[in-house]
Write a protein of this length. Structure first.
Length: 303
């Protein structure tokens, strides 16, 4: 019986499908290396007779294709539960892959939004979005504007294509594989060994997923910064892209609720600077973000 993996964009469905093929062959297979953290090309080059398929349920065409399947199959769903995982998904989603498989999508988006849209052929019309939301037109979007766009993305997470697809996936019957476990070799190996009733050493294979993965590296940096701020340790803040900066703003704004992070192009240089911004934010300027007030039922219910 075929095994079918359902996932959202950025959820590593292609990686897991290739790993399923490895278990079927009882040996790891050669893979195409890249620095984007995605495994799209491995799926494009996959043999036609594979017993394993994967479908990105945030993509309308794949969603439709899956629901047209008329044969029995074993179903596996990749889901996420935390905001940190959603941040990781958004990072992967923006980096995408495709033609620019070894180029950072977010770097191009920060440099030239029109060129990003042309090269990545993304479903989202970023040029129109920035014009409508911020009245900004042109090749390079101000860094503060791009950061604010991603803060808005996190603030309204419940409207995001990947979040909605993830909610639907959680209602599917089948075997659940958590995204955080895909990023954890020992936990993923334990679950797959049980599924296939066979022990496979794919440590080197999995290391490539983590070590050649820009969004994963950004997530670890952000995690380190949050820990430092909350534990009053001072470290430098450097090497973050605008998605990571936006998630930090969202994280602390949600935590403190009435402290806004409406910043200029520049960002905090150290965790002491970030902590001071929070600790000494003027009381007379404190006010919950309008999105918190508009969607208070959602935030009160879940947070």
């Amino acid at each position: 019986m075929k095994k079918i993996i359902l996932y959202t964009a950025g959820g590593h469905g292609n990686f897991l499908r290739l790993l399923f093929d490895c278990y079927d062959s009882r040996a790891t297979k050669p893979f195409i290396n890249n620095t984007a953290g995605n495994w799209h090309l491995n799926t494009y080059e996959a043999p036609r007779d594979t017993n394993n398929l994967c479908f990105d349920m945030a993509y309308d065409n794949m969603n439709k294709e899956y629901y047209e399947i008329d044969y029995q199959h074993d179903r596996f769903t990749i889901v996420f539960d935390t905001f940190e995982e959603f941040f990781y998904l958004v990072s992967c989603y923006v980096d995408r892959g495709g033609k620019l498989i070894d180029s950072a999508g977010i770097n191009l988006l920060e440099t030239n939004v029109a060129q990003y849209q042309k090269e990545y052929k993304s479903g989202a019309d970023y040029v129109e979005r920035f014009k409508k939301l911020f009245g900004v037109e042109g090749g390079t979007i101000p860094r503060c504007t791009l950061r604010n766009y991603f803060i808005l993305t996190f603030m309204t997470y419940f409207n995001h294509t990947c979040w909605k697809a993830n909610d639907k996936l959680k209602k599917h019957e089948g075997t659940v594989i958590n995204l955080k476990h895909i990023l954890d070799y020992k936990k993923l190996k334990k679950q797959l060994d049980a599924i296939f009733n066979f022990e496979l050493d794919f440590d080197t294979f999995h290391s490539n997923l983590l070590h050649n993965n820009r969004p994963y590296a950004q997530m670890l940096k952000v995690r380190e910064i949050i820990f430092a701020v909350e534990n009053k340790k001072n470290i430098d803040i450097e090497g973050l892209n605008t998605i990571s900066e936006a998630f930090l703003c969202f994280y602390f704004e949600k935590k403190h609720y009435d402290i806004n992070f409406n910043l200029s192009d520049g960002f905090f240089k150290t965790t002491n600077e970030l902590r001071s911004y929070i600790e000494f934010f003027p009381p007379y300027m404190k006010k919950p973000n309008n999105l918190f007030l508009e969607h208070w039922r959602i935030y009160n219910d879940k947070h």
